[in-house]
Write a protein that binds this ligand. Sequence first.
Ligand code: EPU
Length: 345
Amino acid sequence: MVEERTELQFERRASLRAFNSFGLPAVAAALVRLRSEADVKRVVDHPEFGPAKKLILSGGSNLVLTRDVAAVVLKVEILGRRLLRETPEAFIVEAGAGENWHDFVAWTLQQGWPGLENLGLIPGLVGAAPVQNIGAYGVELKDRFDSLDGVDLVTGRSVTLEAAQCAFGYRDSVFKHLLAGKTLITRVRFRLPRPWAPVLGYLDLQRRVHDTGNAHPDAQTIFDWICAIRRAKLPDPLQIGNAGSFFKNPVVSAEQCRDIIGRDPSVVHYPMPDGSAKLAAGWLIDACGWKGKSIGRAGVYERQALVLVNRGGAIGAEVLTLARAIQESVYGRFGIRLEPEPVIL
Ligand code: EPU
């Protein structure tokens, strides 16, 4: 039998380079590894770490480190995954916040619980998925979310939050605002609806349907398509440091959209239900000529202009300089302020 650890495991002056997908150098004053909910409570009760400022670190795949971190870094490593309930309407599946997201999605499919296939190959861990309401190819986390457990980092109390309390928006949630740095997510539950229905609306998926002649792909096939599509246009962080899309796709009013179409009729835009329009930030950046360009050791990925990459040995300041230069040129040409998507520290 494995005995439960009762001592907190931590390291002082810990390098964070291996723990952020951009591969940026930074040192944390202290790094605490959390393998259970009990560990989180131990941090809260700890004489030194309890009152200290804290930074919750998940997979580090949505993070730009521009300096050393004075806060205590809480590295979430809580594992475990299981089917909680099966009803005629849904499978309710639970995963520890430290589980790898992609492996979790692949596992749900192997078990015969489809629903997360469009979210395959998104880097990061399960616990970060609700924080930014990850989304891809027509599905957002909130569409498959049931509830989550966390620990209040001030009181040490366990909390359970339902969808409405998480205030999910486009790449947004309460964990980026009111509860930022305050609630550490320990477990997430997913509601995978039955009967399963494929989501094939995205152009890239429509193309696959057309090219393969398979109009009724099963969930595993969609998952394989998604992985292939992502591999073709997004760099693997293990080979080229990056944090996925660096900017959010901006939402503009119908009037602004008309103005931009007036300037450039080919602008990629998607009408939203409320009359506004979402513009493809990647297109705007590309149109300004940034694709493949670099400033210092930070660059714009050759196959997707929305992704900034570490060309080798970059520091956070170089990534920020590049990001600001891109923001300025997109603003100059289209009058749109691009908002960064990752957390910048
Ligand atoms: N485009 C260009 N040039 C580029 C990049 C894109 O013209 O260099 C055009 C494409 O041709 C396409 C449009 O812009 O018409 C949209 O591009 P894409 O389909 O690659 O998607 P995206 O809007 O750039 C968003 C998400 C991705 C997600 C994909 C698929 C955001 C910020 N990004 O990217 O999420 O995988 O849609 O759903 O919403 C992430 O958040 O890290 C991420 C990768």
